[in-house]
Write a protein that binds this ligand. Sequence first.
Ligand code: UGA
Length: 442
Amino acid sequence: MEPRATARSIAVIGAGYVGLVSAVGFAAMGHRVELVETDPGRLAALRRGEVPFTEAGVQDALTAGLRASTIAVLEHASETTAGVVLVCVGTPIDDRGHADTDAVEQVVAELADRAPAPVIVVRSTLPVGTCERLLREGAIGDPSRFFLVPEFLRQGAALEDFRHPTRVVIGGAPDADPAARAVLEELFGAFGARLLSVTLEESELIKNGANAFLALKISFANEIAGLAERAGADAGPVLEGIGLDPRIGRSMLNPSFGFGGSCLPKELATIAISGRERGLDMHVTSAAAEANQAHQRQFAERIAGMLDGVAGRRIALLGLAFKAGTDDIRSSPAVALARWLIEHHAILEAHDPAAGPRAARALPGLIVTSTAEEALDGAEAAIIATEWPDYRDLDWAAAREVMSATVVIDGRRLLDPARMRTLGYTYTRVGSPSGEVARAGR
Ligand code: UGA
């Protein structure tokens, strides 16, 4: 059963994973949705009824919404008529770490003249202070009908997270229209999650802070994992033992060789700048970002150490997406590793069940195979870079027959070490000591 609320007309601007998931999610709840996408490629895909990226469950939900005519696809925000407009456009960071809020500002400007003024709900991630600046600059048509409701969706599980939010944060101006706020409380209250009513600055900072905290939790796990490797301990039980304290919690403590995506690395950069602009050094978040770079370097060096250099080595890289369940390669540690291996003259063949074409476009010279088996054929070593279940379920016994040597280096702790060793592999993973380090430590 989908949560129930008064059926409304909702416009969603931007069909990225936040916008499209919100569109199909609200349509499935019985609302009428106007979905706006300006990118010609994405627009054409949506008009053909196709989801332009990989995200579980979204294709079926889009097909259902289009078939039931609960979703209409439009090209311009100004064409919308809905009373509530969700702004879900991207806010990517530039080379210096500044979030580019132009797309949000453009949409808000396009909506400024609509009469009667819609309730505008920004769902894009904004650095703290952005809304205050927009209000100061007079960019918002009716400030009392302007809200920031941050999203907390994880790629790969976005539809699930949409249906079961951990909390709903509604940020508004002090003089926010109570009727507009009530509409949002009803719309988002239908999920049954705790509602927090806060100011615009507070809601910006809740989003910035939540993502930054998740990022530093992972960096911490990866740092402890690095220490475990060198101390002859296994990071699995170590982090489980740490995470079982409910004040700490077990989630986001799975060691990897680094985190990526369009959100966590960006948030660390954004927070550092927000602090600097206000005369504050953000020590902890800056350290988490530096640690993330260091962990990726350490993994590359570990690979080089195990293979006695990567130059001329035939390596199969399994995984290119920044995490499983998506074809997104933004700030992907797997793609950064591929780049490093190519620069260090490895003979690299890479595979990913979803992100192959994107990675090949982003990294000229990268050979992407259509199956994992092809990449493994003739390889001296395999590296697991993304935790796709496909690689866990791969026929590793058969792979052993076609690989020219049997080194497997697991950057995601995906495979079962005992099974891999029984199959005859020299298997190493992040957070566990390599054989020689374990012996030296005893
Ligand atoms: C993140 C947050 O988790 C969401 O709550 C937030 O809504 C979203 O950003 C956003 O701002 O839109 P997402 O980027 O989809 O979601 O990915 P995560 O699941 O947080 O993973 C981020 C990276 O950390 C991935 O590279 C993942 O593989 C890595 N990771 C995650 C680890 O290395 N270890 C872990 O224990 C968890």
